[in-house]
Design a protein around this ligand. Structure first.
Ligand SMILES: C[S@@+](CC[C@H](N)C(=O)[O-])C[C@H]1O[C@@H](n2cnc3c(N)ncnc32)[C@H](O)[C@@H]1O
Length: 247
């Protein structure tokens, strides 16, 4: 439960402003429903998923990295992902449990999610992450490259492709043939999200996972899951998780 005690001040302020959401989160915590669902779609036990959630902050080098990054973000006026949010931990746990060979993500920014995914890959002892993103000043400190916070000791399994996913995602996917996991975190418009889901889904192996950050911003994730008649699809902490059931 170490992760629960990170960013306590911010969490308390959020809970104060969003009491219904906070109450729902407490119920989900107590019933472990997020962990059960991730366990179901990765064939792992909820208890195992719970264990994975504690790993990043219990890994000294990674905990130090998060602490340094939090310090750096405090002085910057750029948009950044929450370094300790449960939503990124659930993605981390899904990678630990599924042990994928090939992950493709869109939307790199500072590289918070990339760092977590690469830590999971390192702990699994197998897998590669291909990340596609833009050099977008709205998300980056001056002079920094996309993914700058990913440390050198995690970069061995990482391939970065700079470009608009509309341009580069189709060719990357056809180069890989089959992938085990796709994670959308680029442009969160209905059209773009649906476009990425439509192009990534055929490349996923049966049993593979399609994830979408900020899936509550519009109905693209729900509409896509319904269209594909996928039953194992749920939004946890704002992240859509869908298990592909068919070939
Ligand atoms: C929400 S941020 C990603 C956060 C990142 N996953 C993290 O955890 O730090 C979204 C990123 O997607 C990039 N982006 C927006 N539209 C894009 C597109 N069409 N193709 C690739 N990247 C895009 C933005 O520049 C921004 O860096």
């Amino acid at each position: 439960m170490k992760w629960l005690f990170q960013n306590v001040g911010k969490r308390a302020a959020f809970a104060f402003k969003n009491p219904r959401y906070a109450a729902g989160s407490i119920v989900r915590e107590l019933t472990r429903s997020d962990e059960s669902f991730i366990g179901r779609i990765t064939s792992a036990k909820a208890q195992e998923i719970r264990g994975y959630l504690n790993e990043p902050v219990s890994t000294p080098e990674f905990a130090a990295l998060l602490k340094d990054a939090a310090e750096e973000f405090r002085h910057l006026s750029i948009e950044s992902a929450d370094l300790f949010a449960k939503k990124v931990l659930l993605q981390y746990a899904a990678v630990r449990a599924l042990a994928p060979e090939r992950i493709v993500e869109t939307g790199i920014a500072n590289g918070v999610s990339s760092a977590y995914l690469l830590l999971a890959i390192q702990k699994n002892g197998k897998g590669r992450l291909h990340s596609i993103g833009l050099r977008d000043p709205a998300f980056l400190p001056v002079g920094k490259e996309p993914g700058w916070l990913v440390p050198s000791w995690l970069r061995g399994s990482w391939q970065v492709e700079i470009g608009d996913s509309r341009q580069v995602l189709p060719s990357s996917l056809s180069r890989f043939g089959t992938i085990d996991m796709f994670i959308h975190d680029s442009l969160h418009t209905y059209e773009h999200m649906l476009w990425e889901f439509e192009i990534a889904y055929p490349a996923l192996r049966p049993g593979g996972l399609l994830l979408s950050d900020d899936a509550l911003w519009n109905s693209a994730f729900h509409d896509f899951a319904r269209k594909m008649q996928e039953q194992d699809a749920r939004i946890l902490r704002g992240v859509g998780f869908l298990r592909k059931s068919k070939a």
